[in-house]
Design a protein around this ligand. Structure first.
Ligand SMILES: [Zn+2]
Length: 397
């Protein structure tokens, strides 16, 4: 936004849109001051944005001091985006407006180890049903998140130790099967990164932990999401810890923190003891019901995760650690364990002002994150410039 202001008089349609989107309400005069654009230049850019439907103009209530200027605002109802958060045992789908507000949400509870050919057609079918409530509304994009490392360019999973049969399978073609989604941009990312897209807002240095069946993190440092050289940043679930020594992990190795603290390992351990649990969500329910063993295992999971996170906190010095994922369903229990080892092992300097907080969007953080992730791309200044330039090519309806 400051770039629009510093490049006096060169702000594009997309730059003007970004200013309007960020500011909620703004007048033409204010836009002139912010961009250095002439009145006519502002008028033509605003006209392009109102033609796209992305900006609406409305009268302010008349005051005694004469006719007030009209206000320009972003119209979040001008379109929708879809969010698909693929999990190990549950895939969550949502229709969101252009501000990322969830309009409707749906779940697919799936058998563990469903391949893309089994799951994705179901996902598309469900989206088709959900879209029937939004006839004729432009669809700006789909935000898709998967556990493990992904290839964002090709739109597929890469080296996932968890999603068997997904590696290298391009996922965009599944969406193209549905006429309303054919050609709509599909933005893919890792599930923890999707959560970080929404849960890091307002902070420059954040560690977002997704503690569910698997364990992963989204890292925001200096205001930028860190993906790493091979897009594999944040995969802390396969850090080795002493307590897990010799325990087999899903990745094929032994001794990973996930093998003792991941939701799948907790479920497995409880099943061995004769508990009728299928998912981590069942364990969370047991814990809330007062089951001592379930509570102990969730607290221990927090302890092991905190042990590994301590070095990440020393290295990155985040302002906040956000806890998301199914484990956050028993947040107090999990975080009691996590604080113990995190504060015990990290330096006083790195933890003095550190805050550990639950995901603001709770169990919806992954789906809302997926929407925010695709919105950041399809409503970027550059994307809106392209939309305005090819006005005849409107988003798919
Ligand atoms: Zn592992």
């Amino acid at each position: 936004m400051s770039s629009a202001g510093s490049n006096v008089g060169t702000a594009t349609v997309g730059d003007v849109f970004t200013l309007i989107r960020d500011r909620r309400d703004v007048t033409r005069t204010e836009l002139g001051h912010l961009t250095g654009l002439s009145r006519t230049a502002i008028a033509s850019r605003v006209a392009a944005l109102t033609a796209l439907g992305l900006v609406v103009e409305r009268e302010q209530a008349p005051s005694t001091g004469g006719r007030p200027p009209t206000l320009l605002s972003f119209d979040a109802a001008a379109g929708i985006v879809l969010s698909v958060a693929v999990g190990i045992s549950r895939t969550r789908l949502a229709v969101c407006d252009l501000a990322g507000e969830v309009l409707s949400i749906g779940d697919i509870d799936q058998e563990v180890a469903l391949g893309p050919d089994d799951l994705m057609p179901d996902v598309v079918k469900r989206l088709d049903v959900m879209l029937q409530d939004h006839p004729g509304v432009p669809i700006y994009g789909v935000g898709l998140s998967l556990p493990g490392t992904v290839d964002r360019e090709r739109g597929c999973s890469r080296d996932s130790p968890i999603l068997r049969g997904w590696d290298g399978v391009e996922l965009r073609p599944y969406f193209d099967e549905l006429p309303r989604l054919a050609g709509v941009p599909v933005v893919l990312d890792n599930d923890s990164n999707a959560i970080a897209a929404v849960e890091s807002q307002g902070y420059d240095d954040v560690l977002v932990i997704k503690a569910s069946s698997g364990l992963g993190a989204g890292i925001v440092a200096g205001g930028v999401l860190q993906r790493g050289a091979a897009q594999a940043a944040g995969e802390f679930g396969h850090n080795k810890i002493a307590a897990a020594q010799g325990l087999p992990c899903r990745c094929g190795d032994t001794g990973c923190v996930e093998a003792i603290a991941g939701g799948w390992a907790v479920v497995h351990a409880l099943q061995q003891q004769g508990h009728l649990v299928r998912h981590l969500r069942d364990v969370v329910e047991l814990a809330h019901g007062g089951d001592a063993e379930a509570r102990r295992m969730i607290r221990d999971s927090g302890r092991y995760v905190g042990e590994v996170l301590a070095s990440a906190v020393n290295l990155l010095n985040p302002a906040i650690v956000v806890v998301a994922g199914d484990m956050a369903g028993a947040y107090e229990i999990f975080v009691a364990g996590l604080r113990e080892t995190l504060y015990g092992n990290a330096t006083a300097q790195a933890t003095r002002t550190l805050e550990v907080v639950p995901a603001a969007h709770g169990a919806r953080s992954g789906t809302v994150g997926g929407a925010v992730m695709v919105l950041d791309e399809v409503l970027s200044a550059r994307a809106v410039d392209e939309l305005a330039a090819t006005r005849s090519v409107t988003p798919s309806r």
